[in-house]
Structure formats: structure tokens, C-alpha cells
Design a binder for this molecule. Structure first.
Ligand code: F0G
Length: 428
């Protein structure tokens, strides 16, 4: 792990703090003045104000405006999901859809800050190891900022859509015959030997940008915190960022209580769940990760300690979900006309379990953080609806019970009668 992102004494990941905040808030501005300022910037024509990240620049590291690389990230919608609420057993359910960012995932909110910092610091090269979304985002921001980018991804284990993004945005893209954790190991050595700036989520500037999703969410809720926020867990930076944001909002007087932040992992990529359940969070239990939700196919998460702190402080929890539970939840979110990628759907699958266990009460307000767009992994969606997703898998018999959520394409003769008859039979 590159030393520059770790404390030389305790070896934990660095975190950015803002000492000036103790004297009357950022820039001496109170919570109510900041709320007004951020709201007013929504109607500004300045490109930096139009970014849903830099609109909140008072709570971010100071970077000169001329160095900022922005593609108008953030400003993502909150949707109500009434059918998913019913299926999970809660009265009201919301989704903060971070997949509506310019490259289709939440990564853009962190990348704008970290890539801008790289440019300001004079780097010519940036690099990341990725399960596909970080690489797509980094490649885009590097291209916009005139930087070269190097991507290391696990061969055959990321979706084609994500791979195609980094190619199109001009990154040097290497498929390594290993998994994500293996790519991280190689890259950590590369950045020690070459003048390349690492843009993985161990980079604290990434976390700062990702914080803004939580500020924006609370703004969308008129600064009334929901009872629960549910986040997918991979390398565990996003849950850490959202938790840091809420901690800061409380410190600055925006909110008076923290929502419970819970992290959901796939059963086959569950190091945090195991670590908390098996040793109370004492020591990370890395796993050999395997899940079709390839974005979160991570066995050795770098930010596990930060995420653990967030869960503990906010009195949230962890849960794990099966491949079938992920696939059903994804189809249910799609059927609301919204959609997301498989890794995001773990949130709904996890919520169902948290309601069943009584951790989430049916009358509590819940927000799912959807991290990636539906089109990020069309292959998964097509296979699901065609009924091929679990072919050759030991889970196939159970899958037979999923027909209700499948909507396979129909092959018809090119005749009006055939279509009309189909419509008539579909009305019943
Ligand atoms: N959801 C999506 C769609 C992701 O791409 C990722 C991580 C996560 C959730 C998990 O977030 O790592 O902060 O806990 N993707 C990374 C990547 C690792 O390389 O794109 P996390």
C-alpha cells in the first residue's frame, strides 16, 4: 500500500480533517448560511457551481477553480420506490440514484476532487485498479483534465460496458489475469516505482468528493435525516464517505442525529460481515471473493476500519445476501422504471432481511444508495430475463421460483394478429 495514504505511526488510512471548523464552521459560515449558499448555487451559470460536488466546496479541500476538472457530476435524483417498499415491508422507501452521474456511477463525485488534486499537484499520470466503475470514471476525468491514465482490471471479471468506457475515454487499459485484490497489489508496487498518482479509494480526496452525495441527500430531505441509509459494500470507501459526511453534518449543526448506516455485501464477497460477526471487528477476515455483482467482488477491502467506525457510531449493521436475492431485487428496482446494476441491488435485498430481523421497523424512513446505472451491466440483466443467469449453477433449482420477475423478449411472426393476440392475452 503506498505510504503516502497511510499514517506512518498506526498504518491506518489517512483522513482529511478541517481544523478551522471548530471556529464557527467552514469559512466562518453557519449551517443556515451554507444551506442558503448551496441552494442559491443551483441557479448559477458558473460551471463549478453547476457541479453537484463543487456546489458544496466549503466542505471540500481547497483547490483553485482553474484546476478543477468537472463533468457536472452529482445533482443526482432521489426516487420513491413504492413497489419495492411493499416487497421489503416498509411504508416508504427512497433511492438516492448515484448511477445518474456522468459516467453512470457514484465514482464521479470522488473522482472530480481527486483528479483535480492530481492536476494541481502537477502529475501527468493517474492510475487505478478497479472492478470497472472507478476505471471508467478515472479515464473520463483524466481525459477531460489532459492527464494520461492507466487502468488495471481483473481479466474477464468486469462488465463489458465498463471496460468499453475506459477504452473510449482513452485510458491505457490492462486486463490482468488475477482478481481485483491482485490488481491492487500490482498497482501499489507500480506507483512506488513510477511518478503516477493513485486514484483508488484509499486516496482521501476521493472520499471527500463522495461525501457530497450525503450532503445533497439531506438537502433533498430538507435536512431531516432518514432513519436508515443502506449502502452496498465493496472496498468500503463509499460507506465510509457517507458516514464521514453525516458526522460532519452533525458537528456543523446541520442535523441533530445520525441515520443508522448499514452495509450490505454479497454472500460470496463478505469480508466485513464475517469480520463483524466472527471477531467483533477486531481484525479483518479477507475472503476469496466470488459474486456475479462484479463491482463488489472484493475480498480484502482497504477501508474496512473506516466503515466499521461508521457502522458503530451510527448504530447501523451489516447484512449479506445471496446471488438469487440480488437478482430478484435488481429486477424489482428495474420494474419501478428506475433500474440499477447488480451491486446496487444488494441494498434492497439486504433491506428485506433487515426488516425480517426487526432491525428496520416498517414505519421507519429508509434510503437505499444505488451506486450504478442499469446499463452498466446489460449482460446480467439480459441473462436474468432470458432465464440463463443461473444456468450451470448449483442455485438453478431455486431459480425456477423466480419466473414472476422475468420478462424475456418474445419472438413473434411479423403479423398484426400475432401482436394483437399477445396484447389480449397479456390483459388477463
Ligand atoms: N457499487 C458499485 C456500482 C461499485 O462500482 C462499487 C465499487 C461499490 C458499489 C462498492 O463501493 O468499494 O466504496 O464499498 N467499485 C469499485 C471499482 C471498487 O473499482 O469500481 P465501495
Amino acid at each position: 500500500m503506498p505510504d503516502r495514504f497511510r499514517c506512518e505511526h498506526c498504518r491506518d488510512l489517512l483522513e482529511i480533517i478541517y481544523p478551522g471548523w471548530d471556529d464557527g464552521g467552514p469559512g466562518g459560515l453557519s449551517a443556515s448560511s451554507l444551506k442558503k449558499l448551496w441552494g442559491d448555487r443551483r441557479s448559477s451559470l458558473d460551471p463549478v457551481d453547476q457541479s453537484g460536488v463543487w456546489r458544496f466546496r466549503e466542505i471540500l479541500p481547497g483547490i483553485p477553480q482553474a484546476q478543477i476538472i468537472t463533468i457536472k457530476e452529482g445533482n443526482t435524483p432521489v426516487y420513491e420506490l413504492p413497489h419495492c417498499a411493499h416487497s421489503a415491508g416498509v411504508a416508504q422507501l427512497f433511492a438516492k440514484h448515484q448511477g445518474m452521474n456522468p459516467t453512470g456511477s457514484f465514482k464521479d463525485t470522488g473522482m472530480t476532487v481527486a483528479a483535480s488534486f492530481a492536476r494541481q499537484a502537477g502529475y501527468r499520470w493517474v492510475a487505478c485498479a478497479s472492478t470497472g466503475n472507478t476505471s471508467a470514471s478515472m479515464a473520463a476525468y483524466a481525459a477531460r483534465g489532459g492527464l494520461h491514465s492507466l487502468v488495471l482490471i481483473p481479466d474477464g471479471k468486469i462488465s463489458w460496458s465498463k471496460l468499453s468506457q475506459s477504452l473510449d475515454y482513452g485510458a491505457i487499459t490492462c486486463q490482468l489475469k488475477t482478481d481485483f485484490d491482485g490488481c491492487v497489489r500490482v498497482l501499489n508496487e507500480v506507483v512506488e516505482r513510477m511518478p503516477v498518482y493513485l486514484l483508488n479509494s484509499v486516496n482521501p480526496y476521493r472520499v471527500e468528493g463522495q461525501k457530497t452525495a450525503a450532503f445533497e441527500l439531506l438537502e433533498q430531505f430538507d435536512w431531516q435525516p432518514p432513519d436508515h441509509i443502506i449502502v452496498p459494500g465493496g472496498n468500503l470507501a463509499n460507506s465510509s464517505a457517507i458516514g464521514k459526511a453525516l458526522r460532519e453534518m452533525k458537528q456543523l449543526g446541520f442535523i441533530s442525529r445520525l441515520p443508522k448506516i448499514s452495509v450490505i455485501q454479497a454472500e460470496g464477497a463478505n469480508p466485513l460481515v464475517r469480520t463483524i460477526r466472527e471477531n467483533g471487528g477486531e481484525k479483518l477476515i479477507p475472503v476469496h471473493a466470488e459474486t456475479m455483482a462484479t463491482a463488489i467482488r472484493i475480498g480484502n477491502p482497504a477501508s474496512w476500519k473506516k466503515a466499521l467506525r461508521v457502522i458503530t457510531e451510527s448504530e447501523g449493521t451489516v447484512e449479506q445476501v445471496s446471488e438469487i436475492e440480488i437478482a430478484i431485487a435488481k429486477a424489482e428496482i428495474g420494474a419501478e422504471g428506475i433500474g440499477c446494476e447488480p451491486a446496487s441491488a444488494v441494498t434492497l435485498a439486504g433491506l428485506k432481511k433487515l426488516v425480517k430481523s426487526g432491525f428496520v421497523k416498517s414505519d421507519e424512513s429508509v434510503v437505499l444508495v444505488l451506486t450504478g446505472h442499469l446499463l452498466k451491466d446489460s449482460e446480467f440483466t439480459l441473462k436474468f430475463h432470458r432465464g440463463d443467469l443461473f444456468t450451470d449453477s448449483s442455485q438453478e433449482p431455486e431459480y425456477q421460483g423466480l419466473k414472476a420477475n422475468q420478462r424475456a423478449p418474445l419472438i413473434l411472426e411479423p403479423s398484426v394478429d400475432a401482436v394483437v393476440n399477445l396484447l389480449k392475452s397479456s390483459e388477463n
